[in-house]
Design a protein around this ligand. Sequence first.
Ligand code: F0G
Length: 458
Amino acid sequence: MELPFAESWKIKMVEPIRKSTRAEREQWMKEAHYNVFQLKAEHVYIDCITDSGTGSMSDRQWAAMMMGDESYAGASSFFRLKDTITRLTGFEYVIPTHQGRAAENVLFSHMVKAGDVVPGNSHFDTTKGHIESRKAFALDCIIDEAKDTQLEHPFKGNVDPVKLEKALEQYGNKVPFIIVTITNNTAGGQPVSMQNLRDVRAIADRFGKFVIFDSARFAENAYFIKVREEGYADKTIKEIVKEMFSLADGMTMSAKKDGIVNMGGFIATRHESIYEGAKRFCIPFEGYLTYGGMNGRDMDALAVGLDENTEFDNLETRIKQVEYLAKRLDEYGIPYQRPAGGHAIFVDASKILTHVPKEQFPAQTLTVELYLEAGIRGCEIGYILADRDPVTRENRFGGLDLLRLAIPRRVYTNNHMDVIAVALKNVYDRRESITKGVRIVWETELMRHFTVQLEPVK
Ligand code: F0G
């Protein structure tokens, strides 16, 4: 008999978590203005708000922290991190930053100016925020297949080469670079194929443009290439990673995801010109060039994390857990962005809360319902997160309206996945009775989802 699948690690340290009553949760949700970002974490039973900075470090990462060199300039921790990044990606120049959006801030301060257009595959919200705050435009060139949640496609994160070419023809010298997000978070943690990365490279070369990868989940992307794309089954994750980055000019990285650290990020590039330009903004925004907002010990933990998480077994354990949750949802007929993403399940709220009008934010309503049901915190990746159009100030209802259940790395067991699935089923079973959503009471201009205050529609 074939042995069943099990995790590629065992547990050495645990953190207690606590259940609550429905009455308590109703009170806490009200106090949080129906915005899960404003809940206290201790009031959450299973926390799926993000996979960012919430992973468990390994014993090796904790051990590496003891080797941290906290020198202001020239710390050996920096060189250990830089050498690891160069070995994995081929990029010679590395600028550490305190997290991914800081990498965007530093790099875009150099590369993006007012009136520019940055095409890509569904830019992440901070990426879009850093483009739009510079009065530039983020142009989404994702393949149309990504917008149909029920369609199975192995690489739903792909850039549409036709849309990209059109954008480059239309905006020409207004385009400073193309950004490819691997995996594509906003479209559902969906991977980009190596062939698509090659196509983007070829188009970029024809128009003389840089290609930057937003690389937060690059290792998960490499896993999907290995298991789904022809010709990669026998390659190691590290070989695939090297090939992926050979098709880019540089990267921004939120190390809080595939670096499996709680805080950290970096920029890396093969071009001295990009490095020299970005460097000028690192020092005032982040710190000196050999720490850029990170402790020495954190750079050491990251170097080890990057190495560990570019090994197949670790990635397989992680992605199989997300797939396990997806299978449970399939049993109950709950619709989500198919196939399951690398880091999360994106539940299609518009197909569940069909009686809640889009102006009352169905995915946010579902997020609130799931918390009230069982203390499980997901987050809305939908109409609230989409912000208003910077020109018309209208809500943007053009995209998907999803409840994201992000799974932290090496944190929960499949028993927790079972609780999530059943809690969601209970909400799903009473979906017809949910006819009213939420309305905005207060919001800010950019990235409003973090601080928005809502109230239930009566
Ligand atoms: N790019 C992508 C694709 C991301 O998913 C994130 C963060 C960032 C950039 C910014 O990185 O948080 O380190 O500043 N995503 C988190 C999430 C917050 O929950 O998906 P950061």
